[in-house]
Design a protein around this ligand. Sequence first.
Ligand code: UDP
Length: 332
Amino acid sequence: MRVLITGAAGFLGSHLADRFLAEGYEVVGVDNLVTGCRGNLAHLDDEPGFSLIEHDISKPLFLDSPLDGVLHFASPASPVDYIDLPIQTLKVGGLGTHNTLGLALRHGARYLLASTSEVYGDPQVHPQTEDYWGNVNPVGPRGVYDEAKRFAEAMTMAYHRAHGLDTRIVRIFNTYGARMRPHDGRVVSNFIMQGLRGEPMTVYGDGTQTRSFCFVDDEIDGIYRLFQSTRVDPVNIGNPAEFTIRELAELVMEETGSAVPPDFRTLPVDDPAMRRPDITAARRELGWTPTVSLREGLRKTVPYFRELVGREERWNFKGTPRYDQPDPGSPR
Ligand code: UDP
């Protein structure tokens, strides 16, 4: 069995490649390395079941070898990244989804789309169930990601209905763990790096907004189970334990041993006030439930970032920060 994973050099893509390899699959990775990092795949250099194609999946890709699965994970995924790369984000979510759906259809492969809790926008239903249609500002700065993923979901369902393609859609909620870039810009990576450097944590707004954080191993297990299931409708995969950003800052301070008070910054435009997955469907249909608490997950994640303090130049991101985003002072 062979699967193709786009975004394979990224945070989730690389963990997903590991999981499929461990399950006995061959894995073909595709990545243009704009936000992905070769370092995330370095441990697979001598793995005969793995190969990487450096390619921008916004452009068509033709393969001769057979494929049993196509998993589309390529996209800038941190708000800082997709605001820096707005057109690339729309293209990989739009054209990239079309291209990967076409590839799956040609090969008779099962297709899995990495969608996002961002399709719910700034939600007016809490927790978010899969049948909630969301509250997205299409012309705001986050619209490039949210609308690309909403289009991608619509396109995936259209291929399912029009061509009978065997499809899956996972809505991924905030996930953290090893292989995130230290300059990723997302809250967990920012806070851990700031805590380890003895810098103040940059809390945007008053820090009362909430998120629900899922440890990467749990997230990957949910995605793998979804791929093996028969569920075509979208499924939320996330940890429903909800925290304010201030609570997260306190936890990370404890886990990094930092005592520096937070620095309150401007809240980004359209930042969702709350987010929490309803995972009834995942529990019922996939038998999946997250098992790693936030404290436990942070404990597993901090050592990875500790190794990176002072070595951030390994990361090759080419963009420039746009909104009130702390620049930790190293090349991005
Ligand atoms: N955030 C913060 N400080 C940071 C980075 C993010 O307070 O250094 C906040 C951000 O405003 C949002 C939450 O943390 O309310 C999660 O942000 P992130 O960029 O991780 O992902 P999002 O859930 O917004 O996609």
